[in-house]
Structure formats: C-alpha cells, structure tokens
Design a protein around this ligand. Structure first.
Ligand SMILES: NC(=O)C1=CN([C@@H]2O[C@H](COP(=O)(O)OP(=O)(O)OC[C@H]3O[C@@H](n4cnc5c(N)ncnc54)[C@H](O)[C@@H]3O)[C@@H](O)[C@H]2O)C=CC1
Ligand SMILES: O=C(O)[C@@H]1CCC=N1
Length: 270
C-alpha cells in the first residue's frame, strides 16, 4: 500500500484526488492537507478522504504531492522539512519551482519529481510532463508515471524544458477556453442566441480535438480540408493573419515561459 498525501487541495489538488479515486485507488490510501478548514471539510464530505495537518500527513505518507501556489511554497517547506520521513518521495506540481529548491530545503537525499499537469485531469484527460530531480531513481519516476496515467497522458522531459512545458500544456487549456469564449462572442455578434452559439462552438471544439487526437493528419492538413477555394474559411483566416493571431500566440506562450522561469528565480539560493 502506497499512501499519498496531497498538500494543498485547491483546483489541481482536488482534481488529482478525485481522479485517483475514480481510477480505483482506495480513499484510505489518500490524505490531504488544506489551509482552509471549511474547504477541508467539504472535500472530506465529498470524497471520503481524510484531511490532516502537514505533520500528521507527512508521518503517514510514502508520497507527498505539493499542490500549493508557488508563492506559498516557503511556509509549506518550513512546515514539511522537520517532519518528513527519510525516503519519502516528493512530487511537485508547482509552476516554475525547480527540484533543487526541495532538495535544498528538505533532508539530504530526498527524492523529488517535478510535474507539470493541467486541469483536464478532472476528466482524466490531463497532459502531465515529469522530470526527475537529483536523488530520484527510475522507481520514483515510474511510480509518478503510473499515478498520473490514471488521470491522463504522461511525457518524460528533461527538467530544463519544464518552464516551456508549463507555458504550452500547463496553461494550454486556458488558451483553448479563451478561444471558445471569443468564438461564442462572435456568434452573439452575428445574432445567434448564446445557448445555440455555445453548443455550436463546443461541439466544433470537441470534434476538432478528436480529429487531432487520431494523430493521423497534421493540423495544417485538417485546416486545409475545411478551407475551400474562395470559400468562407479563407476569408476568416485572412482576418486572423491580418490581426497577427499566430504571432500573438508565439508571444503569449513565450511570456508564460518567462513567468515560469521568474517564479523559480524567486526561490533561488542566496
Ligand atoms: N490550475 C492549473 O491549471 C494548474 C496549476 N498548477 C500548479 O498547481 C499548484 C496549485 O494550483 P491551483 O490548484 O490552481 O491553486 P489553488 O489556489 O486552487 O490551490 C492551492 C491550495 O493550497 C492551499 N494551501 C496553501 N498553502 C497551504 C499550506 N501551507 N498547507 C495546506 N494547504 C495550503 C490553499 O488553501 C489552496 O486551496 C500551483 O503551484 C500551480 O502552479 C499546475 C498545473 C496547472
Ligand atoms: O497559471 C499558472 O501559473 C498555473 C500554472 C500552469 C497553469 N496554471
């Protein structure tokens, strides 16, 4: 039996707990800590998972999953460092934070795996990228890989790619939601009722995602198949190009990468 404690049960922490339960892991093997007691009570009520303080969770856990905001990491490490058991695997889901931060602040030799997941974890469709820290062995990486496969797909990446991965797939769902929101607004502009516009766009997104997921044709080919000579789509594409949407996407993802790097720098050794 491997006991997993999720430290910080917000959006991602809850998604992981619920995904692991749905994947068949018994509630007795899961624990969480949460700063807000009302939130902790709600989660226990909903999932039947025990909420504890950090010291008690660390006493019982074989794996601790850190899912607080990067800005909240220092007080959490202050709490965790004196109580974590030797050999406990630490899995960080935090944007920007390097494994070296945990290795420096926790007992010597603590194995750390850095993960960048995303919110589609709530429907077991997460994309998670994982990287081993200095003391993490193959067995640790395999354990994290198996855990995360319960809630989606997993890629192994060198840690120096994690800031870019964070900008691509960590934040990625937000870009799609933003696009869907803008397309629904376009429906409103054209006089389509909001409910209908929403259905039209969401089903188009789901269909397009499934076509992409077949992986048998490049996105360019799929787009070209929709784009008839002198038809409607090419008129829209001309406007997207005119408004620099492709360049905006490149700049946006670069800015997200830079922010991830900055979040890590805030915690560099003096
Ligand atoms: N939301 C997202 O799409 C993604 C978030 N992440 C990462 O996951 C982490 C969590 O993000 P969210 O779930 O969005 O944030 P959130 O704010 O929803 O959840 C964080 C939770 O941690 C709790 N918390 C803070 N300090 C604590 C402490 N010392 N002890 C116990 N609980 C504590 C807070 O009360 C809160 O419920 C972040 O580091 C973020 O970078 C990674 C990938 C995607
Ligand atoms: O916006 C953020 O910082 C987090 C990390 C990746 C997705 N959400």
């Amino acid at each position: 039996m491997t006991t997993i404690a999720v430290l910080g049960a917000g959006k991602i922490g809850e998604a992981l707990l619920s995904g692991l339960l749905q994947g068949g892991r018994p509630a007795e093997e899961l624990l969480f800590t949460e700063k807000h007691p009302e939130r902790a009570a709600e989660l226990t009520e909903q999932y039947g998972v025990e909420g504890l303080d950090v010291a008690s969770a660390a006493q019982r856990a074989d794996v601790v999953v850190v899912a607080v905001k990067p800005q909240d990491i220092e007080p959490l490490l202050d709490q965790l460092a004196p109580v974590i058991r030797p050999g406990t695997l630490v899995v960080s889901l935090c944007a920007g934070l390097p494994t070296s931060l945990y290795e420096r602040r926790l007992p010597e030799g603590t194995p750390v795996v850095r993960v960048m997941p995303n919110t589609p974890m709530v429907v077991s469709e997460a994309m998670s990228a994982i990287s081993a820290g200095k003391y993490a062995q193959a067995e640790h990486l395999n354990l994290v890989d198996d855990l995360l496969q319960t809630v989606g797909k997993v890629a192994r990446v060198p840690e120096n790619q994690q800031d870019a991965v964070t900008a691509l797939s960590g934040s990625g769902p937000a870009y799609f939601f933003y696009l869907v929101e803008a397309m629904i607004d376009a429906g409103i502009l054209l006089g389509i009722p909001r409910d209908l516009a929403t259905r039209l766009i969401i089903q188009s997104a789901v269909g397009a995602a499934q076509m992409l997921n077949r992986n048998d044709q490049h996105p360019v080919i799929l787009r070209e198949a929709v784009t008839s000579p002198a038809g409607t789509t090419i008129m829209a594409i001309r406007e997207l190009e005119k408004h620099g949407v492709r360049a905006a996407m490149l700049a946006a993802i670069e800015a997200a990468r830079d922010r991830s790097v900055e979040l890590g720098r805030d915690h560099e050794a003096d």
